[in-house]
Design a protein around this ligand. Structure first.
Ligand code: ADQ
Length: 456
């Protein structure tokens, strides 16, 4: 169960096939679900007619959950993205607490739980994903005590000091405690949760097994990853290699290409990167023509005023840097506010000498792992925020504090003179990490741990 179904509406609704949504989660879970005759429960998205969704796609069952316009506002745009998202990301923006949004969040979670109770076979395993559905484990357990319930949170889980702001803090913890296994991206998030559970409810136990109502709830870290082999295979295709070379030549054949790829979100720290780049251009350390910044910012949550504000802020920053430091035919920053295809994304990773990943807070950050997976034997440098979950695994990345612009500029400057042999060694080491722990390993290890839980 996830907020969204794993398919996109086809271009033509008159019988065209339904393509899978891009991304590692869908490619990791599709084979698992197919093998187990599983069903994916989710919302098809605002502009999709739920009446035309097929029962099965790629061998997995689909069950869609409809949301009215008002539920979409209250549950999705409101409570999920206006309350939980900022609160769970260090309150980088002030979360809004609105009782009507909360009621709609609860109602939609009830609907998801009822549908799961309806479709799950006796003794089935139900895996619930992410912050939009935190009440589902508790609701489902009361409807179907026979099923095994797993929950995985893709975003950070905040420390007590922040979580306690939430007026419905106890209800959220109780909802999660309905699961047999609660998975987080990093151990710190798991520990935050276990402590809050002991504080806000009658739960006892340790940071890895919480006991409540004579049940045991396992809690742990399961860092998500990418389809490393699939990405490496694509990056080795001649047409992708040719496209990467073409991209470098279209950029004017610079010495160094810096790349950023993110959803346009205020948590991703894109603005810090632009400010850092501006500083280096102004000091003459970077020069348009020799050095290029490429920033892809995929449009996201576009109706939300905070996201509109962030977009304007970025456009202004990029305009300022380009206005001052570009020369004719050689912009300092190439900024694309658009989604790019998977092939183009991998070609961009191949074309980039330095990847800039500077979120202010991120559950994991798959872009950093995708870059590493695409650079099999190709060298390259990864500048990574210490506040991304990926930082604890990717030993060999250049870690920066994204709140400290000088730290980012220092890391970028160091990339200009790094020893090539050391860079190759380093990237090989990173590549091994991402290959060993790919998204298939993630799904298999989570499901194995869920199978070992004892409460069913
Ligand atoms: P996101 O916040 O969306 O995910 P991330 O992990 O980086 O962040 O995943 C983004 C995905 O979108 C990547 O697979 C990337 O390739 C793709 N993407 C980004 N920009 C794109 C563009 N311009 N065009 C096409 N594709 C683009 C949430 C959490 C993360 C966590 C993931 C998975 O916020 O912390 O890592 O879930 O659990």
């Amino acid at each position: 169960m996830a907020n969204r179904l794993p398919v996109r509406q086809p271009e033509r609704s008159d019988g065209g096939s339904w393509p899978p949504s891009p991304g590692g989660l869908v490619s990791a879970l599709t084979p698992v679900l197919r093998e187990r005759h599983g069903i994916w429960v989710g919302w098809p998205g605002g502009d999709c007619d739920p009446g035309i969704i097929p029962d099965t796609v790629n061998g997995i069952g689909l069950r869609s959950v409809s949301l009215s316009d008002s539920e979409c506002d209250g549950f999705y745009t409101g409570f999920s993205n206006g309350t939980l998202w900022p609160l769970y990301h260090d309150a980088i923006r002030t979360p809004t607490f609105d009782r009507d949004w909360w009621h709609q969040y609860r109602e939609v979670n009830v609907r998801f739980a009822e549908i799961a109770a309806d479709v799950a076979a006796p003794g089935a395993t139900v895996w619930v994903h992410d912050y939009q559905l935190q009440l589902v484990p508790g609701l489902l357990r009361s409807l179907r005590p026979d099923v095994r319930i797993g929950f995985f949170l893709h975003i950070p889980f905040p420390p007590r000091e922040l979580f306690m702001q939430l007026p419905w803090r106890r209800e959220i913890i109780e909802g999660l405690l309905g699961a047999d296994l609660i998975g987080f991206q990093v151990p710190g998030a798991a520990a935050n949760f276990a402590r809050l559970a002991r504080q806000l409810t009658a739960a006892t136990g340790s940071d890895s097994v919480v006991e409540i109502d004579s049940r045991q709830v396992a809690v742990g870290a399961f860092p998500i990853s990418v389809d490393s082999r699939g990405i490496a295979a694509k990056a080795a295709q001649p047409q992708i290699i040719a496209r990467a070379a073409q991209l470098r030549s279209d950029l004017g054949g610079p010495d160094i290409v810096f790349l950023g790829v993110d959803r346009l979100d205020y948590t991703k720290g894109i603005d810090r990167r632009m400010v850092a780049a501006g500083k280096l251009f102004s000091e003459g350390i970077l020069r348009a023509g020799n050095h290029v910044i490429v920033q892809i910012a995929v449009p996201s949550r576009e109706l939300d005023p905070l996201y509109q504000e962030e977009r304007h802020h970025l456009e202004q920053l990029v305009g300022q840097v380009n206005g001052q430091f570009s020369s004719v035919g050689h912009p300092a920053i190439h900024y694309l506010n658009q989604s790019v295809s998977n092939d183009e994304l991998i070609a961009l990773y191949l074309a980039a000498d330095v990847m800039l990943v500077t979120p202010l807070r991120d559950g994991m950050n798959l872009v950093s792992k995708e870059y590493v997976a695409a650079r099999d034997g190709a060298g390259g440098q990864l500048i990574l925020s210490e506040f991304a979950g990926a930082a604890s695994e990717l030993k060999g990345a250049v870690l920066v504090n994204p709140h400290d612009i000088d730290d980012i500029t220092e890391a970028m400057r160091a990339c200009l003179t790094r020893d090539r042999a050391e860079e190759m060694r380093n990237m090989r080491r990173l590549n091994r990490i991402v290959r060993r722990r790919d998204v298939h390993h993630w799904a298999a290890s989570y499901l194995a741990a869920l199978q070992e839980t004892t409460s069913v």
